[in-house]
Design a protein around this ligand. Structure first.
Ligand code: KIV
Length: 297
């Protein structure tokens, strides 16, 4: 679905919840993924710190830096996706001081072109969330499996199982909403718990591995398209196997170059430009593509 008409703003989050319509969020990290996400009709783009794993090759999200996030946010913003862009605050960017956290979040907005930031964690984030909200920076919370806590959690495990953990997560969700978060990601929590939280709090929940009771869903671009095969959590649905298609395409390219089948006559230039019937140079400018102005004869 190509989005026509008015650009969406962050108000889409509250509106979808009020109207009982599901929110659709997808990660993107660069121009191409953002253009695809927007053309597919998502409601919002998350520039997740998952970029560290699916694009930058780290084993976890922990090494991702503020500079990485600003760089990728800017690429997404250049796509002008006409939907809100939410940028993850990377590990370390909101752990030192409140002042530091606000300055880092402002970079994502001012330099990165994001409309909001996402902060992982619950009750320990009170001062940071309140300060960001006071600085006019919309904040999305993130509870459950928070990948930046991988060392403390001892791995990537389902969270909120058992009465005590579930009660704690429900309280933290209510607190994040009270401090002013406009939405919450719930990652890898039992579906009954996510559904209960979604009923209880006034702001929308966006689930990943949290079942159908959430107010919306988010997936990682490379996971849903089968481009990243390093990990395949149960909650990922593969909507396409572009990784396999890409590997086949590269193998065919390699074969054709080696066999002398590529480039063919249609891919090369003659020493004189072709002339169109009306006598003008048959130069097609304004083509989409990164070399759109190169002669197409
Ligand atoms: O970094 C990310 O992509 C995320 C989503 C999985 C919610 O935080």
């Amino acid at each position: 679905m190509e989005r026509k008409g008015k650009a969406l703003t962050l108000s889409v989050f509250g509106r979808r919840k009020r109207d009982g319509q599901k929110l659709v969020v997808l990660t993107a990290y660069d121009l191409t993924s953002a253009l695809i996400a927007a053309a597919g009709g998502v409601d919002a783009i998350l520039v997740g710190d998952s970029v560290g794993m699916v694009v930058l090759g780290h084993e976890s999200t922990l090494p991702v830096t503020m500079d990485d996030m600003v760089h990728h946010c800017r690429a997404v913003a250049r796509a002008q996706p006409r939907v809100p862009i939410i940028a993850d605050m990377p590990y370390g960017s909101f752990h030192v001081s409140v002042e530091d956290s606000v300055a880092n979040a402002l970079r994502l907005i001012k330099e990165g072109g994001a409309h909001a930031v996402k902060v992982e964690g619950g009750r320990h984030r009170e001062a940071v969330v309140r300060a960001l909200v006071a600085a006019e920076i919309p904040v999305m919370g993130h509870l459950g499996l928070t990948p930046q806590s991988v060392n403390r959690l001892g791995g990537y495990k389902v969270q909120g199982r058992g009465a005590a953990a579930a009660a704690e997560l429900r309280q933290e969700a209510a607190l994040l909403a009270e401090w002013g978060c406009f939405a919450l990601v719930l990652e890898c929590v039992p579906s009954v718990l996510a559904a209960a939280v979604s009923e209880e709090i006034g702001v929308p929940t966006v689930g990943i591995g949290a079942g159908a009771g959430c107010d919306g869903q988010v997936l990682v671009f490379h996971d849903m398209l089968g481009l990243f095969t390093g990990l395949k959590p149960k909650f990922v649905k593969r909507y396409a196997d572009l990784g396999e298609a890409a590997r086949k395409a590269v193998a065919q390219y390699a074969q054709e170059v080696r066999d002398g089948d590529f480039p063919g006559p249609e891919h090369h230039y003659d020493d004189q430009p072709a002339v169109a019937k009306d006598g003008s140079a048959a130069n097609v400018s304004g083509q989409s593509g990164y070399l759109g102005d190169v002669e197409k004869e």
